[in-house]
Design a protein around this ligand. Structure first.
Ligand code: GLN
Length: 261
């Protein structure tokens, strides 16, 4: 295996001053910590409203959630570097985009107050529906063999338009409360409604993103396993609490494995 102590990742936190709902920055703390535990260096660059962005320096980009108003401001700023952002995505740059950050990667977000033109990096779109979709959420995802857990709070309903979902909803609403889909996966981009924050609650997803970022920079890597007993116990607790016992039996293999082994 390669010597990970020579490796370094740079994480760009885009607009923490505007997109800062529900502790989404905890995703950064989790990525940095899981790197350090393996001897991989990790630095974070915070890009706030007045700063320029050099996507070539970044290995991972995080966009958190925000209110409609803040999304509009962020969108206006990101539109100026849309081409560079698109190149970064098309060249397999890793992106984790949560809620408002997820919505703005698409074509548009239509609200009662008007339509926010998105960045058109993904083929999806979002329209505000009646009432907000709020609460705990549990998914099965091809990226994790234990269920993915989180918390959602959004007025927008996202239509994937044929894009690949991040997961299937086992409990909660997901993209639109109807389709059973949650989030999106495109190349090395994950868009999701899961706050919570996502990565400390779902360590396999964190390692998936780290592996992708390292592979892009250094070639294929296999990350050393960490002791995730605590994370798995927390995950299992949420599943037992929210998925009804009789439904647990019939659910996806990942949930059965997690609950009954
Ligand atoms: N403003 C968006 C919505 O309500 C996103 C909210 C969020 O990021 N939590 O759909």
């Amino acid at each position: 295996m390669r010597n990970t102590s020579e490796m370094k990742l740079t994480i760009g936190h885009l607009y923490p001053d505007l997109l800062n709902l529900y502790g989404d920055r905890g995703n950064i703390a989790c990525m940095v910590r899981r790197c350090l535990w393996r001897g991989i260096r990790a630095e974070t660059i915070e890009i706030n409203a007045g700063d320029s962005i050099d996507f070539e320096k970044l290995d991972i980009v995080l966009l958190g959630g925000g209110s409609d108003r803040e999304q509009m401001i962020v969108c206006r700023k990101l539109r100026k570097v849309r081409e560079q952002f698109r190149d970064y995505v098309e060249n397999n740059g890793v992106v984790i985009a949560v809620c408002g950050g997820y919505q703005i990667l698409g074509k548009y977000y239509r609200t009662d107050a008007g339509t926010i033109e998105g960045l058109h990096l993904l083929d999806l779109y979002t329209e505000q529906g009646e009432g907000r979709l709020i609460g705990n959420i549990i998914l099965s995802s091809e990226l994790s063999d234990s269920p993915v857990v989180g918390f959602e709070n959004h007025g927008g309903r996202t239509c994937l338009n044929g894009c690949r979902p991040f997961g299937r909803v086992l409990y909660g609403a997901g993209n639109d409360g109807r389709s059973g889909y949650e989030g999106v996966i495109y190349k090395n981009v994950i868009g999701t409604y899961l706050h919570g924050p996502l990565l400390p609650k779902n360590s396999q997803i964190c390692d998936y993103l780290l592996e992708k970022a390292l592979a892009r920079k250094y070639g294929p890597v296999k990350l050393e396993k960490l002791d995730d007993r605590l994370e798995r116990a927390a995950n299992e607790y949420i599943c037992r609490r929210f998925v009804k016992r009789k439904e647990q039996q019939a659910l996806w293999p990942c949930l059965r494995r997690c609950l009954h082994t």
